[in-house]
Design a protein around this ligand. Structure first.
Ligand code: KQY
Length: 375
């Protein structure tokens, strides 16, 4: 059901990821010009991620027709597998942004307390700058998910990926100028106009703009979800490095400065928890050679610095699903820092998350939470 008006005008807002979910959605990777070795290693990691999340909440994995049987065979039985066409499997960005409301507005034309925003999408930058040339199936993913769940849909022509926003569910949104103000997304919109869209669609009151995302996150032009996230209202976990010679240092330091000089929508100052990045990690010759080269997808080059961060985790009901990169020191430190920040969650490290980074994202980017109906 398509709804006229904005989510906020019907009383909807986007809850924080740390609030309760009814389920989580993932796609199934298969394109061999982005996932090395015909996506076989990546599929193993997606199985690990989906299985880990399913210990905390129901999971649905969507796979294209040619991959449905393969996905079904690899995934545990309690995970639902649905056939769905897609160009790639980044459901944070192509899935709906779910919104909720606590009661029906008297002016609202329909019942229901959960709905979804179906943003426009251009493959992270369009024909000239994007990751692949045909995103026609991706454009329908959000609508299909909302159709399966029989949930109302708010369609929006503005290009926006879910990985470019984080909210605290209490009126504050975090994003980066590098992505949302990039001319390859919505060149016709000013910063104020973009803020107005975020307010009307996410039901927020304040946007905190960080200048840039993670160093090397060129696929997404600096998505916020690779740099930082809300642990809870008033507390942000920020990717960090102590190495001042690392180009990431300047980016993290400027984000730290903006956050520490900001208040949130409720006027609170923001507590910042530093989460040290791994590495630096680089794409090997063997990894780059495993990716099929064609004229459809962005080429992958050996020696490229990987946009790897632990902040790209998924918060499930009572669990945090955290990337691990085979960097013993920083992997262990990330488990320690995240466990301390989420004392009521079990932190589950996913070994082999490097496979997802090789294709340009991580665990948060491949997942999409569907919130429960609020009380
Ligand atoms: O960071 C994300 N939310 C998605 C990454 C997409 C990379 C496409 N190659």
């Amino acid at each position: 059901m398509d709804i006229e008006g904005t989510p906020a005008s019907h009383g909807f807002y986007m809850p924080g990821e740390f609030e309760p979910h009814s389920q989580s959605w993932l796609g199934w990777p298969d394109r061999s010009d982005n996932w090395r070795n015909n996506a076989v290693p990546a599929q193993c990691v997606f199985v690990k991620v989906a299985s880990a999340i399913s210990k905390f909440e129901p999971v649905t994995v969507c796979a294209s027709a040619s991959q449905w049987s393969n996905a079904r065979n690899q995934l545990p039985e309690h995970i639902r597998v649905v056939e769905m066409s897609m160009n790639d499997s980044w459901f944070r960005d192509t899935g709906p942004t779910f919104v909720v409301r606590k009661s029906r507005f008297t002016t609202s034309t329909f019942e229901g307390k959960v709905a979804g925003i179906d943003w426009n999408f251009n493959s992270w930058g369009g024909i000239d700058n994007g990751c692949y040339l045909d995103w026609s199936h991706d454009l329908l993913v959000a609508q299909k998910i909302l159709g399966i769940e029989k949930l109302p849909r708010f369609s929006q022509s503005v290009i926006l990926e879910g990985g470019s926003i984080h909210v605290d569910g209490e009126g504050t949104c975090l994003t980066t100028e590098e992505c949302l103000l990039n001319k390859n997304r919505n060149p016709h919109l000013s910063k104020v106009q973009i803020e107005d869209v975020l307010k009307a669609y996410l039901g927020i009151k304040k946007v905190i703009w960080l200048p840039r995302g993670l160093y090397g996150d060129d696929d997404t032009n600096g998505h916020i979800d690779n740099l930082c996230c809300f642990v809870k209202p008033g507390v942000v976990m920020l990717s960090w490095t102590d190495d001042e010679t690392d180009p990431q240092y300047e980016r993290s330091a400027e984000a730290f400065s903006v956050l520490s000089n900001s208040t949130d929508a409720l006027g609170r100052s923001i507590e910042i928890i530093k989460l040290h990045i791994p590495g630096p990690l680089y794409m090997t010759e063997e990894e780059a050679n495993g990716v099929l080269t064609d004229n459809e997808a962005k080429p992958r080059l050996a020696g490229t610095r990987l946009a790897a961060s632990y902040a790209n985790f998924y918060i499930a009901n009572g669990g945090v699903i955290l990337p691990q990169f085979g960097d013993q020191k920083w992997d262990e430190e990330a488990i320690r820092v995240v466990s301390q920040a989420f004392p009521n969650h079990e932190v589950v490290g996913i070994e082999g998350a490097r496979e997802i980074v090789l294709a340009g994202g991580n665990i948060h980017c491949i997942t999409q939470q569907q919130p429960t109906i609020p009380k």
